[in-house]
Design a protein around this ligand. Structure first.
Ligand SMILES: Cc1cc2nc3c(=O)[nH]c(=O)nc-3n(C[C@H](O)[C@H](O)[C@H](O)COP(=O)(O)O)c2cc1C
Length: 309
């Protein structure tokens, strides 16, 4: 897959610029994912500060149910890149951080204290754990940005969870959520256009945009991201439409694309990239992977006595 294909869903750059009341606001408005890293190593002291900023993030009950696996060895970064679908920036980054929910460490603590524990079997804990882990990750991104580094989240690790567990020797109760590749940028990416505050924020209650306003909001976000009609792309989109909504819908979709003369961003997202027929594949498999990783939040909890020694 070429870089341009890979990034076809990343949206349009935002060149509007702006003035900001302080440096933090400038940093937040001008952040962008970085996929081009220089060879410069990240000094240990800088890394320590960035990681320290992460673990000071808010966390439900101040429990910190997460672990971060830091990978700096070149071969290991290359292995991560290979496992995560061959995204070259993972191998080029001097540091990769794997953010995992960690209900293992708390279980050990509770066990040593002879305290009751069921967090691996609780959806409530799992839900909070996701939030805690991601909030810590985002603090790390912002801290890294503030020190002149850049980073990009990598979500495709979902396709190689077992390999990651084996490679990084993750114990039961430790579940990878997201990878972050970080380092000094070779080139600084421009911020992407986003849906505006008026679209995202609802005053007091959820307000539905009318159809035209909704289409206009997405058009403003992606003014230049339409893709050329090509036979292989069209075959793929039509097949996806047929698989999820049947023959009649596939025909309507084909007519729509041909009449407008381009592949729209929505068709690209859900017909070519995050394909609507393939994305729900493996839902049950993910449940069994979670179980294999020692998490059982989707089942009725029964104390089994297994952890009693
Ligand atoms: C959960 C998550 C998963 C992501 N996975 C990937 C990925 O696998 N590869 C990649 O290049 N970018 C990935 N990204 C980065 C997004 O593509 C990026 O944030 C988005 O295109 C918006 O661009 P911006 O970050 O520059 O604003 C991911 C971002 C998030 C939050």
């Amino acid at each position: 897959m070429s870089d341009s294909d890979m990034c076809s869903h990343h949206g349009d750059p935002d060149s509007s610029g702006g003035t900001y009341p302080n440096e933090t606001m400038k940093l937040l408005f001008e952040r962008a994912s970085c996929r081009s890293f220089s060879d410069q190593k990240v000094p240990a002291e800088i890394m320590k500060q960035i990681l320290g900023a992460g673990i000071h993030a808010a966390t439900g009950g101040n429990l910190q149910p997460y672990s971060i696996i830091k990978t700096e060895k070149k071969e290991a970064c290359e292995k991560l890149a290979e496992l995560c679908g061959g995204q070259p920036w993972i191998a080029d980054a001097p540091v990769n951080l794997l953010f995992c929910i960690d209900y293992h460490r708390l279980e050990r603590w509770a066990g040593l204290e002879v305290a009751p524990y069921s967090a691996r079997n609780s959806f409530r804990h799992f839900w909070t754990g996701i939030q805690d882990t991601v909030i810590a990750a985002q603090n790390i991104c912002t801290a890294a940005d503030s020190l002149g580094l850049g980073s990009v989240y990598i979500g495709s690790l979902l396709e190689c969870l077992r390999q990651l567990r084996d490679m990084l020797e993750l114990p039961d109760g430790v579940f990878p959520l997201v990878l972050l590749s970080l380092g000094y940028p070779k080139t600084r990416a421009q911020p992407r256009k986003k849906l505006g505050v008026k679209v995202i924020v609802h005053d007091e209650k959820y307000v539905e945009l009318d159809d035209l306003a909704l289409l206009d909001a997405f058009e403003r976000k992606y003014p230049q991201s339409k893709r050329e009609i090509k036979e292989d792309r069209m075959e793929r989109i039509v097949a996806v439409c047929r698989n999820v909504r049947g023959e009649d819908f596939a025909r309507r979709c084909l007519e729509k694309i041909n009449s407008q003369g381009y592949i729209s961003v929505a068709h690209n997202y859900f017909g070519l990239h995050y394909v609507a027929d393939g994305m729900p594949d493996g839902n049950e498999e993910f449940m069994s992977i979670a179980e294999e990783f020692g998490l059982g939040w989707f089942k009725k909890f029964r104390y089994t006595g297994e952890s009693e020694s």
